[in-house]
Design a protein around this ligand. Structure first.
Ligand code: NAG
Ligand code: NAG
Length: 357
């Protein structure tokens, strides 16, 4: 706790955002997704996809926690911008936290499809994350003495942040040595199939009482250093086919968000235009070879080598390892998602407007 308040101060000083101390703007925040949001759910799973070792967490007050970056994730920064005085605990380790304020279900290597990322070992796919959410809801209901209406009233006001889909491409479709999906589907068909499943999960989440959703679009996945190395035609350029596939997915996700806004008139879905935000950080979309942009020394799996000292000037690097942005990039994405300087970054509104509804 002491450490977190210090971090909070640093954040305030650096971001220049004025935050009124007091109640958070929503009673709870629930986080779904993959390694971009994971805060420790994979630590005890049998998988090669973990980040609970140095140099991950080098700038995090508690050191390595399972976050796949040097410091805070986008979801962490959003948690702070919403006025919470602590970060949202991972489902795998929520003991001692007030789960009425939210839980983080995100799991590294996980995707929308069940099989995604499973060649690395175990992970918690989106459907299982929803099952875990059901467990939490029944826990909360017990805590408030079985008063279901009170729980429903509370859940309706909470924020549901969902950032998933990258691994369905990186750790499924574009890994034909492990997965058959590219034999079965064209990139367009695969995107459609993913968004169809995504849609079913969002409807299930809505059934569980969610009404304020943030749906995060994918990065231009072909510009991630690992994809340039494995799929780029030229070492210095982004992998076009991977970028095209993530663009198609994003177009469908944005359309889904609009459709759900019409279908559920008492709920709100925001689509976050990640590539547009990324266009402000040239290193993200035009990396010139992984040596230049990646901060830590990576192994053949694209993750940081254990116990290797990372770069010193972490605020000058866009990528911490060959997949994941550095904290400074995460802070930028969080700020633009929370308080968008123009309508096109977050459609049809930003998070600060969504939580006021
Ligand atoms: C690869 O990139 C380099 C530097 O941008 C360029 O000079 C070269 O022509 C490119 N090669 C191919 C095959 O596109
Ligand atoms: C990517 O999309 C562009 C524009 O739609 C197209 O011209 C190009 O052929 C596509 N490239 C690949 C490799 O799919």
């Amino acid at each position: 706790m002491g450490c977190e308040s210090k971090l909070w101060l640093v954040f305030l000083l650096m971001s220049g955002v004025t935050i009124v101390v007091g109640e958070p703007q929503v009673p709870c925040l629930f986080i779904f997704g993959d390694s971009l949001s994971d805060s420790g759910n994979n630590n005890k799973l049998s998988t090669d996809c973990k980040a609970n070792y140095f140099p991950y967490g080098i700038d995090f007050p508690d050191g390595p926690t399972g976050r796949y970056t040097n410091g805070l994730t986008i979801a962490d920064f959003i948690t702070q911008l919403l006025g919470f005085d602590h970060l949202i605990p991972p489902y795998a380790n929520y003991g001692g936290y007030d789960i009425k304020e939210g839980v983080n279900y995100a799991s590294g290597s996980a995707g929308i499809r069940y099989d995604t990322g499973k060649h690395l070992g175990d992970n918690v796919e989106l459907e299982k994350q929803l099952q875990n959410h059901k467990v939490i809801i029944s826990e909360i209901t017990k805590q408030v003495g079985g008063r279901v209406e009170n729980v429903e009233e509370r859940l309706k006001k909470c924020l549901y942040y969902v950032n998933v889909g990258s691994n369905d491409f990186i750790n499924n479709y574009f890994l034909p040595q492990h997965y058959r999906s590219s034999e079965k589907y064209s990139p367009e068909e695969f995107g459609a199939e993913l968004v169809k499943q995504y849609s079913q999960h969002l409807k299930a989440l809505h059934q569980l009482g969610a009404s304020k959703f943030v749906l995060v679009g994918l990065h231009l996945l072909g510009c991630i250093p690992h994809e340039i190395i494995t799929h780029g035609k030229n070492h210095s350029l982004c992998a076009t086919e991977v970028n095209n596939a993530s663009r198609m997915f994003n177009n469908k996700l944005e359309a889904l968000s609009q459709q759900l806004n019409k279908q559920f008139s008492h709920s709100n879905f925001i689509y976050v235009n990640t590539p547009l935000m990324a266009s402000h950080i040239p290193q993200l979309n035009h990396p010139r070879g992984n040596q230049i942009v990646t901060c830590c020394e990576v192994g053949s799996n694209g993750q940081c080598k254990e116990e290797h000292e990372p770069c010193r000037d972490r605020s000058l690097h866009a990528f911490f390892d060959d997949f994941h942005p550095t904290e400074i990039v995460n802070r930028f994405f969080a700020r633009y998602s929370y308080h968008s300087p123009s309508k096109s970054y977050t459609l049809p509104m930003d998070i600060s407007q969504l939580v006021r509804l």
